[in-house]
Design a binder for this molecule. Structure first.
Ligand SMILES: O=C(CO)[C@@H](O)[C@H](O)[C@H](O)[C@H](O)COP(=O)(O)O
Length: 168
């Protein structure tokens, strides 16, 4: 993710319901970090745009709600991060599929058994909170994305740590 940001890419995050609020939290964490003095990195939560999401759901079907926006907004240099508590949200699954087709780095935060996202390896990096209780999964996700945010900054600020090897 740090390599992608270094190259000028942005983070595009998406999820439904409570995962949509996680997407919003992740985006604002990168855009306006809670720790004062940390650099802002470009991020956007697709689930925030209720008008576009509802319009696309209405006419194209729920599975297209993030995929459609990715086709309009995303650049191949970007990072797509999909959040789904159980890895079965069709709009997140389809979003990751389209993001991959477009050439984005794909990351997923899921839980339980990881659902279709983990089974079919639908992202380059998949973090599965292996808990049965959905509330525990959600708690783990908050901790995981704060750690992810912190690690991206560590790597971004020390380019020597970035390898050009797999910079997908
Ligand atoms: O996430 C919450 C509440 O926190 C639910 O009400 C939520 O709206 C639905 O489960 C959504 O469909 C979320 O999808 P997923 O994260 O379970 O894949």
């Amino acid at each position: 993710m740090a390599v992608r940001f270094h190259r000028g890419g942005k983070l595009v995050v998406f999820g439904s319901g409570g995962a949509g609020t996680d997407a919003a939290h992740i985006a604002v964490e990168f855009m306006h970090p809670v720790i004062v003095g940390k650099r802002a990195l470009p991020a956007l939560a697709l689930s925030n745009d209720a008008a576009t999401v509802s319009g696309v759901c209405n006419e194209e079907g729920v599975a297209e709600s993030f995929a459609h926006q990715l086709r309009c907004w995303a650049d191949p240099s970007d990072i797509a991060l999909g959040v789904s508590r159980d890895g079965r949200d069709v709009s997140v699954v389809r979003g990751l599929e389209v993001a991959r087709e477009l050439g984005l780095l794909t990351v997923a935060l899921t839980g339980g058994d990881g659902g279709a996202i983990a089974r079919d390896r639908m992202a380059d990096h998949i973090l599965v909170a292996a808990a049965d209780d959905p509330t525990v999964v959600k708690e783990i996700h908050v901790t995981a994305y704060h750690l992810l945010w912190e690690l991206v900054h560590v790597f971004f600020d020390q380019p020597g740590l970035l390898t050009s090897g797999d910079a997908r």
